[in-house]
Write a protein that binds this ligand. Structure first.
Ligand code: ZN
Length: 294
């Protein structure tokens, strides 16, 4: 069980790193209850955090949270909690005693530190270790916040919150498409020799694509034309020559594929006009291009 969970956590932190840019040492905001409970369970907090996130950590505690520990210093374990908290870096939350005679509630202080502008972003890429379910629930609504708590002397890293999962999936799709384009580009180069062949038997499919792409492209034209130009030509050519890339390219969402198709055509058209391909691929590519651009 321990080993399995450990693997899960490693993977989870890799996902946070890839999608949200987390880097070691991970900055981990701990609240007062986390400090107390770690001591209560005789858990060495910083090393436990490092094992959980599989990396170096920099634990931080806000001014409000450490004030709470000082307020409880006469309770059992009070001093030990303060001593532990003092080993952590202080995070200036700006809630000064003169302005706030009582420290802010953990949920308010955390919210202001993690997402100072209420944009739903984890601006400083904090991991948060909090024993309060309400605090963690609030933080699940902010994108990309790894959440840690202790349950029965076991440290738990929460699964990624739904909203963060959606972002991660979008990001992965984007990367997959980018990777696909790269691979296609390479193949294109490799295939140059086969090019004539490929285009010859690609004639049929080529015309199909010309029809399809312009139709959808004309509606959506404005937004994506510029960005994608470079990459698209590659995708098109490959389709003709190679079955595998073709499938992949077709799987792309419509919006994406529109832009790429157009670009391909344009680029092709110029070289073809001037040079070799004019004869073999006479009318389809050139006219459609001219029409779109004008
Ligand atoms: Zn505060």
């Amino acid at each position: 069980m321990r080993g399995k969970r450990s693997k899960q956590y490693r993977k989870l932190m890799e996902q946070f790193s890839m999608t949200f840019g987390f880097r070691e040492p991970y900055q981990i905001l701990v609240d007062a209850e986390m400090v107390k409970d770690a001591n209560r369970f005789t858990m060495d907090l910083a090393p436990a955090l490092e094992r959980t996130v599989h990396g170096k950590v920099k634990p931080l505690i806000t001014q409000c949270e450490i004030r709470k520990l000082y307020a409880d210093k006469d309770q059992p374990g009070g001093n030990a909690a303060i001593e532990l908290a003092k080993t952590f870096e202080r995070r200036r939350c700006g809630h000064h005693p003169d302005q706030y005679p009582k420290p802010l509630e953990t949920i308010e202080c955390m919210q202001s530190v993690v997402d100072p502008k209420s944009t739903g972003e984890n601006k400083h890429r904090y991991v948060v270790a909090s024993q309060s379910l309400d605090v963690r629930r609030m933080l699940r609504g902010i994108r990309g916040v790894p959440l840690i708590y202790i349950k029965r002397s076991v440290m738990i890293l929460e699964p990624m919150a739904d909203e963060s999962v959606q972002i991660r999936e979008r990001e992965e799709k984007r990367k997959f498409r980018a990777e696909l384009k790269k691979t296609q580009g390479k193949r294109k180069r490799d295939d140059k020799e086969d090019k004539n062949e490929g285009e010859a038997d690609g004639d049929g499919s080529d015309s199909d694509e010309n029809k399809a792409a312009p139709a959808s492209g004309s509606e959506k034209k404005p937004k994506k034309n510029r960005g994608a130009k470079g990459a698209n030509p590659l995708a098109m050519k490959k389709k003709k020559a190679q079955p595998v890339p073709k499938k992949a390219a077709e799987k792309k969402p419509d919006a994406e594929s529109d832009a790429p198709a157009k670009r391909k055509r344009r680029r092709k058209a110029k070289p073809e006009n001037g040079a070799t391909n004019n004869a073999s691929e006479p009318s389809t590519a050139v006219p459609s291009n001219g029409g779109e651009e004008s």
